[in-house]
Write a protein that binds this ligand. Structure first.
Ligand code: ATP
Ligand code: MG
Length: 452
């Protein structure tokens, strides 16, 4: 009665729930199918438990199990220290300097074992915007739970007893398909602005609704993303783009105003109808590949996201008198350089992007030795897929893509015939189907003056 009264005067935000005590959910209540748990994850929890420690599956794996999805990886939480964990496994490596975690390997399989984190302290060092820089103490399980991001990510599953421990009503949120941050939303986003991206990714990936109190500060806090180290933003962006729901994620990011800080050049691209269409097609095809279990290359994805910006700059350099090929390289440099501040594109990814872009004008050469040379290019498949996207988006004539499909699939005789064909465009020059939105500039090598 008194509790009820206090709750009423403190308002709805205060819930009379003791977050230091977990609700224990039985298999009947949580419905996890034990067959979805990897045997290696069970080996780890079992070994730790036999040595006298507590050990649970935690985080995304438990969330996915509760949703009936087979988790793609398993994180384990324990009260054993990293040193204690390491001693129990043959191939175990302590990684991270500030907050150590242990990577336990079984063949190709990697399991991440984390010691329960302690309560976050006021004294933890922060940057000038309030982002916590270091806060790495070990603690109790309930303290570990409170430091996790969303209620649905803060449940612990013991494969031995098949009990789920739920400290923050995560099960109710799973049932209601709600994403709710633990604690005070503003404070949690400020502590770690990457959570702004995570909330959007999970909402799109799981088809969950963001709880209004969690959603409210997102728009105003979006600029905080700008002061997160680029490498962390990049890791989160890759997860987002490879989630199989990249298109939905990007739409949600735009809705929340979060895309500004991520791919600054993407803003410009998405404002042009043709650029938007290209990005939409690229992401839809990526999502389809992910769903079919096919590999997706981050280089291809980023090359697609930024292509229309490259096109813009490519035209500008040619207008300034550069020849097409050097102009394309200059444009690629500009785009890659202006991206790296926000998003640490790894060198391999940047070089894949450059290869895909550089190949595009080479598809326009359909005579002599050029097409045969291109067939030998190791990146041909990526370049060709990219070409087809350009055709599908209406940037270039579909005929070029059709020609290359026939050329790649054809035998020697068919290839020779194709080489003698005149392309549909005037003067044998490859035809640009339409100019890109609004900027009716002609390419110098096309003789200029072409109308929209
Ligand atoms: P995914 O399916 O993408 O792997 P996940 O929830 O497992 O989703 P991870 O990045 O693997 O995401 O993180 C594992 C767990 O660690 C999360 O479920 C959450 O409990 C915790 N966590 C991760 N990042 C944060 C963060 N920025 N703030 C608080 N907790 C986090
Ligand atoms: Mg995970």
């Amino acid at each position: 009665m008194i509790k009820k009264f206090i709750r009423r005067i403190l308002g709805s935000k205060t819930k009379a729930i003791d977050h230091t005590k977990a609700t224990e959910l039985t298999p009947k209540e949580h419905g996890i199918d034990p067959k979805l748990v990897s045997s290696n994850a069970i080996r780890v929890t079992q070994t730790l438990q036999e040595a006298g420690f507590k050990a649970f599956l935690v985080g995304g794996a438990v969330r996915d199990l509760l949703l009936g999805i087979k988790p793609k990886d398993f994180d384990i939480a324990t009260n054993a220290t990293p040193e204690q964990v390491k001693k129990l496994f043959r191939r175990a490596f302590i990684i991270g300097r500030r907050f150590q975690i242990v990577h336990v390997m079984f063949g190709q399989d990697l399991l991440e074992v984390t010691t329960f984190r302690g309560a976050s302290t006021e004294a933890a060092p922060k940057d000038e915007h309030g982002r916590v820089l270091r806060d790495n103490t070990f603690g109790e399980q309930h303290e570990d739970a409170v430091r996790r991001d969303f209620t649905i990510n803060a449940m612990y599953y013991d494969p031995a007893t098949q009990v789920v421990l739920d400290y923050h009503c995560g099960m109710a949120d799973i049932r209601n398909k709600t994403l709710r941050i633990i604690g005070v939303p503003e404070a949690r986003f400020r502590e770690d602005p990457v959570r702004l991206l995570r909330v959007v990714r999970f909402a799109a990936k799981l088809g969950f609704t963001i709880h209004p109190e969690t959603a409210a500060p997102i728009k105003v806090m979006a600029p905080l993303i700008n002061n997160v180290p680029a490498a962390r933003v990049f890791d989160e962006m890759i997860k987002l783009l490879m989630s199989g729901q990249a298109l939905a994620c990007l739409q949600q990011l735009r809705k929340e105003g979060l895309h500004h800080g991520l791919l600054p050049l993407l803003d410009v691209v998405l404002e042009q109808p043709l650029g938007e269409k290209f990005v939409r097609l690229a992401l839809a095809s990526t999502d389809a590949r992910v769903k079919q279990g096919k590999p997706v290359s981050p280089g291809f994805l980023f090359a697609a996201l930024l292509w229309h910006q490259v096109l813009e700059k490519w035209s500008a350099y040619q207008a300034a008198g550069e020849m097409p090929i050097p102009a394309l390289h200059l444009a690629a440099d500009d785009v890659l350089n202006s991206q790296t501040e926000q998003l640490a594109l790894q060198r391999k990814i940047a070089s894949d992007m450059r290869d895909i872009w550089a190949m595009q004008p080479r598809f326009e050469r359909r005579t002599g030795k050029a097409p045969y040379k291109l067939l030998e290019n190791l990146r041909l498949r990526a370049g060709y897929d990219f070409l087809l996207l350009r055709c599908a988006s209406g940037e270039i004539d579909a005929e070029l893509g059709e020609w290359w499909t026939a050329f790649m699939e054809g035998d020697a005789g068919e290839r020779e015939t194709l080489m003698t064909q005149k392309p549909r465009a005037v003067d044998g020059a490859p035809k640009r189907a339409k100019r890109r939105g609004g900027r009716g500039r002609a390419r110098p090598d096309e003789g200029g003056g072409a109308a929209e």
